[in-house]
Design a protein around this ligand. Structure first.
Ligand SMILES: Cc1cc2nc3c(=O)[nH]c(=O)nc-3n(C[C@H](O)[C@H](O)[C@H](O)COP(=O)(O)OP(=O)(O)OC[C@H]3O[C@@H](n4cnc5c(N)ncnc54)[C@H](O)[C@@H]3O)c2cc1C
Length: 844
């Protein structure tokens, strides 16, 4: 992966550089102050929103579709979800006979308890489940299988079978207007007079072929929509919504240079087509880490003079993002600079769960989205005002299914946006809703404001591309914070629904959700999460890349005994990238290996009796030092280990996490406890170190596994002789120096670079009390045999060996998810392995 951080000004407009994740409190005060309304305005909003909610509640089945389905089968959201998971998987089965057989197979009463069925895990791996549904709806340990099992027991198999079929029909038709654009246009035509924005299902292209397929689908759809568009003028013309992630397999910030070079011409070609038909062409909003890149793409596209005079170009802005207001300001400036008009869809945002999880997983300083829903609502109101004030340069499109939001927009706008003449002027705007949602809300609205303009966002496509979209809709329907869920629930009083976001928030200092810790505090007080870098934040990425480029990378590795660098047989080290010489290693000989074992044994007396808290502090200081020297370690890992930037960063973070994790484990597990009948302080120790551990690590995680093995052994009170992989001694030597600097006594940790013969000599040494090895199964077997041949007490071997697993993927799996799970995000170290090392490194 090449990292391109060339100046972002090159797109031809002012770069968008709002802070990625401003603290919530500092935004809240302004948002609360700006949201004040007069009493009269508040009363009008209350009255209108009440009428709309009453309209929704009066309608049989409330919200229609999904809610009706869940009620009809007395399903809680979680059961409905489990059925949807099954139904969605079934939609991808190519033929009806297999579909039927699968349903029968899944619902056969006896089979629910069959261990074979349970372990077959067809549903457990279903993407919908893993894509974030767990956050609010599902309890830990629950699986679609287990929920369906209890459902079948409760309702009986025939009812569940029929619900499954209905769920399939519902998924197929409720959220999708047509499987082809022709079918969708036909259905839209029958709804006469409504504005549509067609969305070709498909996003997150994983291959160039996917991107080509989506590009052709968009192009063909634009032509078809254009031909059927009639003679009205914008904004009363249909449109298309485009996801940039569908148009490029590497639509990510680290690939910025390539993305801009390749995607801009594609978007431009589509935009020109839309211009030819004078359509509304909207770039959908996706994940927060893609925002800056998408604005760059947009700036580059609209700079093209061929689009001059066309007023249909637009984009979606997400109010749950803290940067939403800044995006609108940036856009208004761009419209002015380019003498253009843009259509701007204001949404609250559909990826909230993903954003929270990503920020946590990436160890960011703060979240790019708000953590309390009323903050999102407050921000939506402020963005509403910004958009209304920016007319006619910006044409606001308020996309919401929330009656209170609709009433607030109408109040701020001084009335509804009209369909008729002048709709595009200083007073124009429209509402938007999704196909399959919000029908009753907007029917009720148009009964009292017949001219209120509303556009329907209508997904089009085959079931194979439905899932990602569907997951967002299910979340929206199922989340208990969501308006559609509370509006459908008659036990929630209307007065509660009408409570204003500023009243929910109260004071600015309460802007954050008290149960959503900052990413750094994810693991509680006992262990800090390692700090990451958001590549989608160009400023952070640039700073990191500059630091890495400027880092001073060591070029010599030597054996280190008692902290002293020794000489040895010198061997050149070659870059795995281009084969150039990058440094030298002085390799240890068997005599040095033996000396290292002797030194470690001497060191054991002191280190093993060092209080646990002190040992843990050393590891925590090491973690801090690794973080401080992140740029140098990344540079080194790239240089010697051939890692890409994101892999190298992940490697440093994993190292930091290992140190803190083992420190926390040591504090928890090795704290002195009074043993029955024991006297004296040493007798209160339940665990103690075994002696000298030999740690042998591989080249593929040259820093993380190297340090993980050492940290586990040290935490448990052992001393260590470490032998790194032949390919990566520079990294190992730097890590040992940092561990010493952090306070690990030089007598407790020694480094002996060398090849397999040195490893074998260490393992064969009579003083070895344990071996931690990560590498091939073949070598692990050799070590095992060598240890077994000893006359002394049994020496534990903690081996994590490689293996090749076969995977069978059937037609019900979503290929994109399989790719993500298996290939792109293959896990490094699993917590279980961490525990194993820690436990096995002690005497009980
Ligand atoms: C026409 C149309 C087009 C759309 N296009 C896009 C698009 O391009 N990109 C996109 O992302 N979405 C898009 N959406 C989806 C849209 O984001 C959701 O439909 C919308 O968020 C629902 O808002 P609401 O006002 O109807 O519901 P409400 O229930 O009032 O609000 C739901 C919002 O609150 C947020 N929320 C929930 N809990 C919290 C919390 N604890 N902290 C902070 N926020 C929270 C949710 O994430 C969601 O954004 C589109 C929707 C429509 C109708």
């Amino acid at each position: 992966m090449t990292t391109d951080v060339r100046s972002r000004k090159s797109a031809g407009s002012g770069a968008f550089d709002a802070p990625y994740a401003t603290p919530d409190e500092s935004l809240a005060a302004q948002l609360i102050a700006d949201s004040a309304q007069s009493d009269a305005a508040d009363k009008r909003i209350d009255a209108r929103a009440t009428r709309l909610i009453e309209g929704i509640r009066a309608h049989a089945g409330g919200l229609g579709g999904v809610e009706d389905f869940l009620h009809a089968y007395s399903l809680s959201t979680k059961e409905g979800l489990a059925l949807m998971v099954l139904a969605e998987a079934l939609l991808r089965v190519p033929d009806a006979v297999t579909t039927d057989r699968l349903i029968e197979d899944k619902l056969k009463a006896g089979d629910w308890t069959s261990p074979d069925l349970k372990s077959n895990a067809l549903l457990v791996s279903a993407s919908a489940w893993t894509l974030g549904m767990t956050v609010r709806i599902i309890q830990p340990g629950e699986t679609p299988d287990s929920i369906l099992e209890s459902l079948a027991k409760r309702l009986g198999v025939p009812a569940v079978r029929s619900a499954t079929r209905q769920a399939m029909r519902l998924l197929g038709s409720h959220f999708v207007l047509g499987q082809t654009i022709e079918e969708a246009l036909d259905r839209a035509d029958r709804n006469g007079g409504l504005r549509y924005s067609f969305d070709m299902l498909g996003e997150g292209a994983r291959t160039a072929a996917d991107a080509e397929r989506y590009l052709s689908a968009y192009a063909a759809a634009i032509d078809a929509i254009g031909k059927a568009a009639g003679d009205d003028a914008l904004p009363n013309r249909p449109g298309i919504s485009v996801k940039l992630s569908a148009l490029h397999p590497r639509y990510e910030a680290v690939s910025r240079g390539r993305v801009l070079a390749e995607i801009v011409p594609r978007v431009l070609a589509l935009a020109r087509k839309a211009r030819d038909h004078d359509l509304n062409f909207t770039i959908d909003a996706e994940e927060a880490d893609r925002l800056e890149l998408s604005l760059e793409v947009i700036a580059a596209v609209v700079a093209d003079t061929s689009l001059r005079g066309w007023e249909g170009f637009g984009l979606a802005v997400q109010a749950y993002q803290k940067r939403a207001g800044a995006v609108i300001d940036w856009l208004a400036e761009l419209a002015k600079a380019r003498q253009r008009r843009f259509m701007v869809r204001l949404v609250k945002g559909a990826y909230w769960d993903t954003e929270i999880k990503r920020a946590q997983e990436r160890g960011l300083g703060d979240y790019p989205v708000f953590t309390r829903k009323p903050m999102t609502d407050l921000n939506y109101l402020q963005c509403t005002r910004k958009l209304l004030a920016a007319r006619p340069r910006l044409y606001p499109q308020f996309a919401t299914h929330n009656a209170l939001t609709v009433a607030s927009v109408i109040e701020d706008a001084g009335g509804a946006g009209a369909y008729g003449a002048g709709a595009y002027g200083a007073k124009g705007y429209e509402f938007q809703r999704l196909h399959g949602m919000g029908e009753v809300l907007y029917e009720t609205l148009s009964a009292e404001l017949p001219d209120a303009a509303c556009r329907i966002y209508a997904p089009v496509g085959g079931y194979r591309d439905l899932l990602a979209y569907l997951v967002r809709r299910l979340l929206e329907n199922g989340a208990n914070s969501s308006f559609v869920a509370v509006a459908a629930d008659p036990t929630v009083p209307i007065s509660t629904i009408l409570r204003r976001p500023r009243a929910w928030i109260g004071e600015a200092k309460q802007a954050r959700h008290p149960k959503i810790p900052l990413p750094h505090h994810l693991y509680g007080a006992g262990r800090r999460n390692s700090a990451g870098v958001e590549f989608g934040d160009a400023k952070s990425l640039e700073a990191l890349v500059n630091d890495v480029r400027g880092a001073d990378v060591p070029t010599l590795a030597t054996p280190i005994l008692n902290g002293i660098a020794l000489s040895g047989t010198e061997r050149p080290l070659r870059s795995p990238i281009d084969g150039n010489i990058i440094g030298q290693v002085r390799e240890a000989n068997p005599v040095m290996a033996s000396a290292a074992m002797a030194a470690a044994q001497t060191g054991f007396a002191v280190w093993s009796t060092t209080p646990v808290a002190t040992r843990a502090r050393c590891l925590e200081r090491a973690a801090d030092l690794f973080e401080k020297q992140r740029a140098r370690l990344i540079a080194l890992t790239q240089h010697e280990g051939g890692k890409t930037l994101d892999d190298a960063l992940a490697e440093v973070r994993e190292t930091v996490d290992f140190c803190r994790y083992y420190a926390a484990q040591a504090r928890e597990s090795f704290a002195p406890t009074a043993l029955p009948g024991a006297t004296g302080e040493s007798n209160t120790l339940r665990y103690r170190g075994r002696g000298v551990f030999v740690c042998i690590s591989p080249w593929n995680f040259p820093l993380a596994i190297f340090c993980g093995q050492i940290a586990a052994a040290l935490a448990a009170g052992n001393t260590v002789v470490a032998k790194p992989a032949e390919q990566t001694p520079l990294i190992a030597a730097a890590a040992v120096r940092l561990l010493h600097e952090a306070g690990v006594p030089s007598a407790a940790l020694h480094l002996v670079p060398g090849d397999g013969t040195i490893g074998a000599a260490l393992v064969a040494d009579a003083r070895v009390a344990g071996v931690a090895f990560t590498g091939s199964t073949e070598v692990a077997r050799l070590i095992n045999r060598a240890l077994a041949a000893k006359d002394s007490a049994v020496v534990p071997l903690i081996a994590e060996t490689g293996g090749i697993n076969a995977m069978i993927v059937d037609a019900t799996a979503l290929p994109e998810q399989v790719t993500d799970d298996v290939i792109t995000s293959s896990p490094g170290e699993m917590p279980a392995a961490m525990m194993l090392r820690c436990r096995a490194a002690v005497h009980e």
